[in-house]
Design a protein around this ligand. Structure first.
Ligand code: SKM
Length: 283
């Protein structure tokens, strides 16, 4: 029997419970996934919260906004990715031992790899957005081996912070491949092989697109992380142009599948989870 929680603030609409429990049912598991909505308060005692989950026999907790960084103070054992990103979205519990993982990056990576299919991860990728999710996607792009990852954000300091964090050590493997766009987006758009969009633009409360889709070259691919709505204006316009386009379901399903795998040790059927996800978002 598995018991899993999601810790975050304002998380009632999360699709994680349905997504995890339906796939676990297919895998023949007795699996409960519960939302634990905590107040967004710097004084909230995350350590005590994890302790309560342990006491109640929980196996794991997904962690989301705004606790992905602060949760690290309460976990002794951090995966290499968590150390690199400074954030976690999954804590495995059990036997008094906590281990933090970050499946946002690994989930995005597996989604992008299957989207690209046989195509090699080469050339230049432009990433738009340097926030928390952007850190995870940039790290995935580095690991995939792209030759150049150019990052743009309306807040230049966010790009600087990302570069400092991800280019820090030779062991990170960024090896000078990660850089700031440094100039206007419009100059980069026609020259890049792919774009990863990681800003809130395209959500209902931030309509529009973060850049001019028409400036991309005809062979460019587009990866979106926003999934409410699934067809953002970016996705709609990119598809209308005939560009290969990965919608935000890729990362959302990827991180859930990778979490489920780490929690249970079983390999979920990602295509089946994705089909279920599409139904949930459409409902
Ligand atoms: O990283 C994920 C997290 O694992 C689950 C989640 C959700 O259910 O809203 C959002 C992301 O932060």
């Amino acid at each position: 029997r598995y018991r899993v929680a999601l810790l975050g603030n304002g998380i009632k609409p999360s699709l994680s419970p349905a997504l995890h429990m339906e796939e676990a049912r297919h895998l023949g598991l007795d699996y409960e996934y519960r939302i634990v909505d905590l107040v967004d308060d710097p004084d909230v005692d995350l350590g005590a919260q994890l302790g309560r989950l342990e006491g109640a026999g929980f196996d794991a907790a997904n962690v989301t906004h705004p606790f992905k960084q602060s949760v690290l103070e309460h976990v002794a054992d951090l995966s290499p990715t968590v150390r690199r990103l400074g954030s976690a979205n999954l804590v495995l519990l059990g036997d008094g031992h906590r281990t933090a993982h970050n499946t946002d990056g690994t989930g995005f990576r597996s989604a992008l790899e299957s989207f690209l299919g046989g195509r090699a991860a080469t050339g230049t990728v432009l990433q738009i957005g340097a926030g928390g999710a952007g850190l995870a996607t940039a790290s995935a792009l580095i690991d995939m081996g792209f030759e150049r990852i150019v990052v743009h954000d309306v807040v230049p300091a966010a790009v600087d912070a990302m570069l400092r964090r991800l280019s820090g050590t030779a062991a990170d493997g960024a090896g000078g491949r990660l850089r700031s766009a440094g100039g206007p987006l419009d100059d980069w758009l026609p020259r890049v092989d792919g774009v990863v969009h990681v800003t809130p633009v395209g959500m209902a409360e931030h309509p529009g697109t973060a850049f001019d889709v028409d400036r991309l070259g005809p062979a460019a691919w587009v990866a979106e992380v926003v999934y409410r709505p699934l067809e953002t204006e970016l996705v709609r316009r990119a598809r209308a142009r005939g560009l290969a386009t990965l919608d935000g379901g890729g990362m959302a399903v990827g991180q859930a599948a990778e979490s489920l795998r780490l929690i249970t040790g079983l390999r979920p059927d990602v295509a089946r989870m994705h089909a279920h996800f599409d139904q949930l978002v459409a409902a």
